[in-house]
Design a protein around this ligand. Structure first.
Ligand SMILES: [Cu+2]
Length: 120
């Protein structure tokens, strides 16, 4: 019986993080993490697990030298409140790192980063 109670408590603890998962984490991107794309790639699309507030989100796309490829702030995608798009312009190929800060509609901040490669 004590064993069952402990198991029940463990199950309840395991279920608790589901509420914390209601933040906007990155679900997918285009270019995707680890992808290799042509230098003509002109935009980054970020898809989050929750709706985000574009005016409170920031995205940078920079190479190892710190040269930034984004040409404007992240913009909303009409009809897709869980997505952001960022216009890009690549002067040269190399490895680029995307750093994102997002504010979901529930007021929670999240951030993360990933990299992709631009062929020269
Ligand atoms: Cu949240």
């Amino acid at each position: 019986m004590r064993c069952f109670a402990a198991l029940l408590a463990a199950l309840m603890l395991a279920a608790a993080p589901a509420a914390a998962l209601a933040h906007a984490y990155l679900k997918s991107s285009d270019p995707a993490a680890g992808a290799s794309v042509p230098a003509s790639t002109s935009r980054l699309l970020l898809t989050f697990t929750e709706e985000v507030q574009p005016q409170f989100c920031a995205v940078t796309v920079a190479d190892a030298m710190g040269m930034q490829a984004q040409t404007a702030k992240p913009a909303p995608v009409p009809g897709h409140a869980d997505e952001l798009t960022v216009p890009l312009h690549f002067e040269m190929g190399g490895k680029y790192t995307v750093k994102w800060d997002a504010l979901s509609t529930d007021g929670h901040k999240t951030h993360g980063s990933f990299s992709f490669t631009v062929s020269g």
